[in-house]
Design a binder for this molecule. Sequence first.
Ligand code: HEC
Length: 200
Amino acid sequence: MNANPNNCCAAPEAEPTATTAAMPIWLIALMLVLLFLGAWAFDRRGGWFDPKVYGPYVSIPDVERFHPPAAGGPPPQGRKLFEANCALCHNTDGSGKPGQAPPLAGSEWVLTAGVNRLIRIPQVGLSGPIQVKGQEYNLNMAGMGAPYSDEDLAAVLSYIRNSFGNKAALVAPEQVKKVRAEIGSRSQPYTADELKSLPE
Ligand code: HEC
């Protein structure tokens, strides 16, 4: 006789029972990582369901980068302001007027890589000897751009950089704002030599 009944006949297998178990911490971490990646991808590429965002563009900044502004150039008020306030001396076609103002067309002062010097000219004025396209001038220009808003000054400078055969990057209102902050309350016109000592 066998004293231990288990040795003889195995007891029938117990019914499976459901028990609770703590969720593994790695699974929670994985879910959080996936959620984060999903949100990040949507944020970067989803365009927030904006109908303007469609392939091959993946986000609103992407669309803006590849689509130039409707006019493809300076804001329209640039031309109006130029013709009302600058053309009197610099001429409607930017060719300048003898004895009154040097040309803006092809001017090395307009077609600069940066706009740090350029913004200062209409803001404060310019006086004394200056070389423009190999020719010497010695006149005075007042700071007639000072009352303009940042947007308007940026627009008129963008206009002269992209008219009369000129082609250069547009000027942003933020750039005007920054340079204006550096100029402060100065009202004394610049000289060409002084501008040259500043970064372009
Ligand atoms: C009353 C006449 C007059 C008006 C109006 C005028 N300018 Fe000038 N501008 C001048 C003169 C004169 C000079 C050269 C100053 C010197 O000889 O130092 C000059 C120089 C310049 C220069 C640098 C030199 C060059 O030819 O590239 C720029 C840029 C310029 N002006 C932009 C403007 C803009 C933008 C406006 C309108 C907001 C404007 N000017 C309005 C007379 C004028």
